[in-house]
Write a protein that binds this ligand. Structure first.
Ligand SMILES: *[C@@H]1O[C@H](CO)[C@@H](O)[C@H](O)[C@H]1NC(C)=O
Ligand SMILES: *[C@@H]1O[C@H](CO)[C@@H](O)[C@H](O)[C@H]1NC(C)=O
Ligand SMILES: *[C@@H]1O[C@H](CO)[C@@H](O)[C@H](O)[C@H]1NC(C)=O
Length: 496
């Protein structure tokens, strides 16, 4: 079989040869042979299961691995992480760039139907979807004390996961390796990358062939992200010039921590203007369920309207889902050091309705599906975003992480759906520019299907900033074709 042949020719280190039998056994046990809801043939091999790290009882981290449909021995290997914190990377698998498109079952509540996704990122790369940290998705530990965690522990555990995962799949250790993610993974990705780089420097085995990373609509820094909304709202025509000018004058460029009463009052007017919009894509409709509670954090009716059922009607073939999780904060509340409220915790407090991400939730809680993908009953019911973590943002600003990684020669793609109001492109554009790198590819449109699909600016040190026109917070969900285009070009090292 393919795996055996590749091992014989490519494996050089002794431990791999010694544990040859074991490796194959582990990989074979995690092979997925069928998936309820899907009646076709897989385009490549799929594996899933647990890798246990750190301690006794350990943290059991769940992954779903899709082998590249093109050239597995040469195509890059990409680890994908969704954010939250607390959200499962099945978000990416089901709704964004996984191998299948999911159609809701009929009647409502029955098993979804799966079709091949022509824009799956597995067309050009092997993909690992990891539920991280333990407590998220299907990842769990019998020691629930470890559900109190933070950025640094999460990065360290994900690094341990990778080292052990490569032991189980040694044939992929020489492939170019990338780390990618979205939203709060704007923190997961650089912190994990940094951990991986330290491991390489200190000679940790196996040696990961790490090449670079990608972040989509990711949080990076509370000042840059906190200052992003007002210019975004102005540029998008959501607030008038006069209000923008008042805000500039009163807040003096500091929207992230309003330091005068006057500034606070004007920012409330900005929030008021934005309050009925779909925060994850201002172009998508916001479904108003008449039974919705309209109480917000301050006991007033403004903030929560944007969290009402989202994107209910759309022209997309299978529809954009009704509710998504990104960063869980109301407007202008960027990620700060300290404890971070998780989505479900906020929802509990606020009684936000329209709770279910039906397709993913039904599919991943179906007994037969769980059995097929080797999800253990001990992991509990699957939820898109968990409330069982207690999570600290303890890594601070990501700016220095990005500086260090790009200075060391690792490639970075910072992409942004330009109609996302949750982590607006204005923040990512500003912090990438702030690094002060030389512009090597000046702001220009990029194309997909012979149309302008967004804009890009290339910097020295292989740092690329890219927008995707009309896309929201979860880019491939809104623009699957364009997403596969920029993704594959960037991985191949071509100009996008
Ligand atoms: C459970 O995790 C906590 C926090 O990491 C740790 O202090 C404790 O020793 C662990 N318990 C066991 C039984 O390992
Ligand atoms: C709530 O909003 C209303 C109308 O915008 C305003 O008059 C009122 O002062 C607000 N209340 C609080 C507690 O902010
Ligand atoms: C940029 O990436 C390319 C291809 O991966 C590499 O050859 C080159 O050395 C990198 N440039 C810098 C400045 O790091």
């Amino acid at each position: 079989m393919g795996m055996k042949k590749k091992l014989i020719f490519s494996v050089s280190s002794l431990w791999m040869v010694l544990s040859f039998g074991l490796i194959e056994a582990v990989a074979e046990n995690s092979l997925i042979t069928k998936l309820p809801g899907f009646s076709g043939n897989f385009r490549s091999k799929h594996y899933s299961g647990y890798v246990s790290v750190d301690g006794n009882p350990p943290k059991n981290l769940f992954y779903y691995f899709v082998v590249s449909e093109r050239d597995p021995s040469n195509d890059p290997l990409v680890l994908w992480l969704n954010g939250g914190p607390g959200c499962s990377s099945f978000d990416g698998f089901v709704y964004e760039h996984g191998p299948f498109n999911f159609e809701a079952g009929k009647p409502q509540g029955s098993l979804p139907i799966l079709y091949l996704n022509p824009y799956s990122w597995s067309k050009v790369s092997s993909m690992i979807y990891l539920d991280s940290p333990a407590g998220v998705g299907f990842s769990y530990s019998e020691n629930t004390s470890i559900y109190e965690t933070g950025d640094l522990q999460t990065a360290s555990d994900a690094h341990s996961f990778l080292l052990k995962w490569f032991e189980q799949f040694p044939e992929f250790v020489s492939n170019p390796f990338y780390i990618a993610g979205e939203s709060y993974a704007g923190v997961y990705v650089p912190t994990l990358a940094s951990s991986v780089v330290k491991g390489i420097k200190t000679g940790m085995k196996p040696i990961i062939n790490f090449k670079g990373y990608m972040v989509g609509n990711g949080v990076a820094d509370h000042k840059f992200d906190g200052n992003a909304l007002v210019p975004f709202a102005h540029g998008m025509g959501l607030i008038p010039d006069a209000l923008f000018e008042e805000a500039e004058a009163a807040c003096k460029g500091n929207y992230y921590e309003p330091n005068s009463k006057e500034c606070g009052i004007i920012l409330d007017k900005v929030d008021e203007a934005l309050s009925g919009l779909n925060i994850y894509n201002i172009l998508e409709p916001c479904y108003h369920n008449p039974t919705i509670l309209t109480k917000d954090i301050d006991g007033n009716g403004s903030t929560i309207k944007s969290f009402k059922e989202l994107g209910a009607s759309t022209k997309k073939p299978l529809g954009v889902r009704k509710r998504i999780f990104g960063r869980a904060w109301p407007f202008r509340a960027p990620v700060r050091d300290g404890i971070i409220p998780l989505w479900p915790q906020l929802m509990l407090e606020l009684s936000v309705p329209c709770m279910d991400d039906e397709v993913a939730t039904i599919w991943l809680n179906n007994e037969a599906v769980r059995k097929s993908i080797h999800a253990k009953p001990e992991s509990g019911g699957w939820r898109l975003c968990t409330s069982r973590l207690s999570y600290y943002h303890d890594a601070g600003s990501m700016i220095n992480y990005h500086k260090d990684l790009t200075t060391l020669g690792y490639r970075a793609l910072i992409f942004s759906g330009d109609h996302d109001m949750c982590v607006p492109f204005t923040g990512s554009q500003a912090w990438t520019r702030s690094l002060g790198y030389k512009i090597v590819d000046e702001w220009r449109p990029w194309h997909s299907n012979q149309q302008i699909a967004g804009y890009t600016q290339g910097y020295s040190n292989n740092l690329t900033f890219l927008t995707i026109k009309g896309a929201g917070h979860t880019v491939p969900e809104y623009k699957p074709r364009e997403a596969l285009d920029f993704y594959s070009r960037w991985l191949e090292g071509k100009l996008i």
